[in-house]
Ligand binder design. Structure first.
Ligand code: SF4
Length: 373
């Protein structure tokens, strides 16, 4: 479900997220907290690795390239906890701001643990626009609201306000915690915090068992949302009487809209002239596999005669999938003896080019010679 949220409920920077125009920069998978609901995937959790969107990277140049390919208008720096790698965070942030200018909006997620004058000064010098604190200790125990040190948390937020323009908090919508979230919203509004983001609680490959142990249930068969989380978030939006901006982010918005738009943006920049971009942002192309170039000289001739866009690389011809289908159909009518194989490939426009579907059009049988015993 995509909610029709009004202006009051939109968090700063969200317009870029929804359009898929924010680079998601995982600066490290390391984190000192151990939230039972942490959805970080196996290949990132606890590992000191960097990802720019879905691409594993090792340099600022790669982060800049990924931003360009995705048409990013800003960056969301996340982890793990980016403050555990503060120098690296500042280096990447400065490089992105230098490349794309000061309007390249940058927000950063972290916990209060490493919020101190020194780290905030480094972030300010790197031109961070917005910081989002996740009060992880608050939700340690899902049965009763953890008696956490509100005073200390509020002090950390006040300290953030001294250095960073926009300060917000980001929490998971733990079912039935609406009264506690409402209280938190009132407390942070009084000290001038700019917004509260509530994310729909969702399961992943890494937190599924921990959520099950705590008796959480799936909302439905189509999303990864947890039953009751959305209701809690919407009740908070309905009941809150203050002026603090409260924004609810359903899991379907992240997976279905933000991710899709990001893929479409990247697909537009990386697609070859013969590739088709699907509504989901995937790419489709036709592929002919051959052994010797002489075997397909007549195919090349036909493609050239028809002014088709194609390219030949590593014993493969890449071409438009519809052109390939027509070609095969015509050859079949002529009872052509196929000496190549051909298929249509649908894949992600990401750096790993993960293939999601392959439709065979011609399958050439392998020439197997059986040895006599
Ligand atoms: S603070 Fe964030 S990254 Fe760290 S364990 Fe909690 S949810 Fe995971």
């Amino acid at each position: 479900m995509i909610l029709n949220l009004n202006e009051k409920n939109m968090a700063l920077g969200c317009k870029y997220c929804i359009k898929g125009e924010k680079l998601v920069l995982y600066i490290t998978g390391l984190c000192e907290e151990s939230c039972y609901y942490c959805p970080l995937s196996e290949n990132r959790k606890g590992k000191d690795v960097i990802y720019a969107n879905e691409r594993k990277i090792n340099s600022v140049e790669e982060a800049i390239l990924e931003s360009k390919l995705c048409g990013s208008k800003g960056v969301g720096i996340t982890g793990g906890n980016p403050l555990l790698r503060i120098e690296r965070t500042a280096k990447y942030l400065k490089a992105l701001k230098n490349e794309f200018g000061s309007n390249f909006h940058a927000h950063l997620y972290t916990t209060p643990t490493f919020i101190n004058e020194n780290n905030l000064k480094i972030l300010k010098d790197a031109n961070l626009d917005e910081i989002r604190l996740h009060p992880s200790k608050l939700f340690e125990n899902c049965k009763e609201f953890k008696e956490f040190n509100t005073k200390e948390f509020l002090e950390k937020l006040i300290l953030c306000k001294k250095y960073i323009n926009d300060v917000g908090i980001e929490i998971p919508g733990i079912p039935k915690f609406e009264e506690e979230i409402l209280k938190l919203a009132s407390d942070v509004e009084k000290i001038g915090v700019n917004f509260l983001n509530i994310n729909e609680l969702e399961y992943s490959e890494t937190n599924y068992l921990l959520l099950k142990e705590r008796k959480f249930k799936e909302k439905d068969d189509v999303s990864s949302g947890i039953l009751g989380s959305e209701k809690t978030a919407l009740n908070v939006l309905k009941k809150f009487k203050g002026n603090l901006k409260i924004h609810y982010c359903p899991s379907s918005l992240k997976d279905g809209v933000q991710m899709k738009n990001r893929l479409i943006n990247r697909a537009k920049n990386v697609a070859k002239p013969y590739e088709i971009i699907t509504e989901e942002g995937l790419l489709i192309k036709g592929i002919i596999l051959f052994k010797k170039i002489e075997d397909i000289s007549n195919i090349i001739e036909t493609l050239e005669k028809n002014n088709e866009n194609f390219e030949i690389l590593d014993e493969k011809i890449y071409l438009n999938s519809k052109a390939l289908e027509n070609l095969i159909e015509n050859l079949k009518k002529e009872n052509f003896k196929f000496n190549f194989s051909a298929y249509i490939s649908e894949y992600y426009p990401t750096s790993d080019k993960l293939e999601v579907e392959r439709i065979p059009l011609v399958t050439k049988k392998p020439n197997i010679k059986l040895k006599k015993k």
